[in-house]
Design a protein around this ligand. Structure first.
Ligand code: FAD
Ligand code: NAD
Length: 402
């Protein structure tokens, strides 16, 4: 047929939103929309620190794709992308190939260990539902085991978190809630457990203003999190992290790396030009010199001309890019000019567990404490609303009557 085929790779916030917008704006007669994803579910990547700490269940953070994308309006393919052959307009999947007229690459991110020795083998990473669930199960096992061993290693209860960016801080915030619960459940004194967050930079959360980042550090310390700054991790062994020039070994039974992310390894595998782990795209979100290939979400860098640097990759950014891509593909089909992406920054909020947080919203208005925690839950519910409407918010939303 002459009907164009639009293939979207990945059903994270970037890909799922793109597919949703396309089927809203195009009828099945105008184009075939194909959504390819590794699993038959979408997950809220922004909630994974809670899954990893065990403060929410994995099912709370995921939703069946066929519940939120009408399978009569889009072709849903549950398969793993192996490589993109852009010169042949073909995508190699584990179980077959797929051709396209327009391609949207939205395969998201993976943990980046920057080649630190032993990190890949010895530390857990918060990457997806499976890897996050493994962390909470591992922590709980350390607790369950402790009183059953005669000479239990006291360090086995320690939880070591490498990197105090957003993910590391939000994760230790959840751990500060979870550890007291685990202590009660397994009859272990809270003083036996250390939550240690190690950061190379002289402060945590450098993207926030100093007063907010200080608030976060003090609030976490009050709840029993040890934060060590200006302490670069040099190596990871099965016992813990080796930090600083003195090569100090900090031991723990659970070691988690939250020191940074990079774009999907499929980008490099496909021979794309890589800049710091991602692909630079034009202002219309296409790969340079490509007519029909868009790269969005955590796979690409989009330049912020005002800030004179790329936008920080976030779910908020990914969803806004998705809106532009849907419109730009329709413009290409109609041979109309494409729109350049403009980011509408609604602000940033970081949670520090269930009832604390920090945020900077509406260009500079600062929030801390319960207000920030409540705002974070509003943002999480809004995200669910955009994925699956009011029904999904009622089912999996964060502010529930209790
Ligand atoms: P992803 O969410 O990674 O989605 C990629 C999708 O592609 C997934 O469904 C995956 O299964 C699929 N996929 C991957 N590889 C393949 C393959 N080879 N074949 C088939 N399918 C594949 N951002 C915010 O704006 N606010 C926040 O509060 C926030 N909190 C965060 C908290 C944590 C703990 C983390 C880790 C991140 C947070 N972020 C937040 C960042 C945000 O999660 C990312 O920017 C966002 O997930 C990017 O969306 P994406 O669609 O590009 O990628
Ligand atoms: P990040 O890159 O933001 O932070 C990583 C931290 O690890 C940095 O502070 C860095 O200095 C530190 N680090 C790196 N190497 C180190 C070493 N060798 N030793 C000690 N510390 C080291 O990564 P992230 O926190 O995973 O966030 C990834 C992306 O997801 C970011 O773009 C972020 O904006 C986004 N995110 C947003 C939110 C939110 O908006 N609430 C939450 C989580 C993640």
């Amino acid at each position: 047929s002459t009907k164009p085929k639009i293939v979207v790779l990945g059903a994270g916030h970037a890909g799922l939103t793109t597919a949703k917008k396309l089927i809203q704006k195009l009828s099945p007669e105008q184009a075939e929309v194909v959504l390819v994803n590794k699993h038959n579910y979408h997950y809220e990547a922004t909630w994974l620190h809670e899954v990893a700490a065990g403060t929410i269940s994995p099912n709370d953070a995921r939703v069946m794709i066929s519940d939120v994308i009408n399978p009569n309006k889009a072709t849903l393919v549950y398969d793993t992308v192996v490589e993109i052959k852009k010169d042949e307009k073909r995508v190699v999947l584990e179980n077959g190939d797929i051709t396209y007229d327009y391609l949207v690459v939205a395969l998201g991110w993976k943990s980046n260990d920057f080649g630190i020795k032993g990190m890949g083998e010895n530390a857990f990473a918060i990457e997806d539902i499976d890897s996050s669930r493994l962390i909470s199960e591992h922590i709980e096992y350390q607790f369950a085991k402790f009183n059953n061993e005669e000479n239990a290693d006291p360090d086995s209860l320690n939880i070591l978190v490498g990197g105090a960016g957003f993910t590391g801080i939000e994760f230790v915030g959840e751990l500060a809630d979870k550890v007291p619960q685990l202590c009660r459940k397994y009859d272990i004194d809270r003083s036996k457990v250390k939550i240690i967050n190690i950061e190379a930079a002289p402060s945590i959360l450098p993207m926030f203003e100093q007063d907010l980042s200080t608030y976060a550090r003090e609030a976490l310390e009050e709840r029993g999190v040890e934060i060590r700054m200006a302490a670069p991790i040099k190596e990871c062994t099965p016992e813990g992290f080796i930090i600083g020039e003195e090569k100090e070994l900090v031991k723990a039974g659970t070691i988690v790396w939250t020191g940074g992310v990079k774009g999907s390894p499929i980008l490099e595998k496909s021979g794309f030009d890589m800049v710091k782990g991602k692909v630079n795209v034009n202002p219309d979100l296409r790969m340079p010199d490509e007519e029909d290939l868009f790269v969005i979400g955590d796979c690409s860098w989009v330049w912020d001309n005002e800030g004179d640097r790329p936008y920080a990759p976030t779910a908020q950014l990914a969803m806004q890019e998705a809106d532009y891509v849907a419109d730009n593909i329709i413009a290409l089909m109609k041979k109309e000019p494409l729109k350049n992406f403009v980011f509408d920054n609604k602000g940033t909020v970081a949670s520090l567990g269930h009832s604390d947080g920090i945020g900077s919203i509406f260009s500079g208005y600062k929030l801390t404490g319960k207000k920030a925690a409540a705002m974070k839950k509003v943002i999480d519910n809004r995200s669910l609303y955009l994925v699956g409407g009011a029904k999904l918010v009622l089912k999996k939303g964060k502010v529930r009557p209790f």
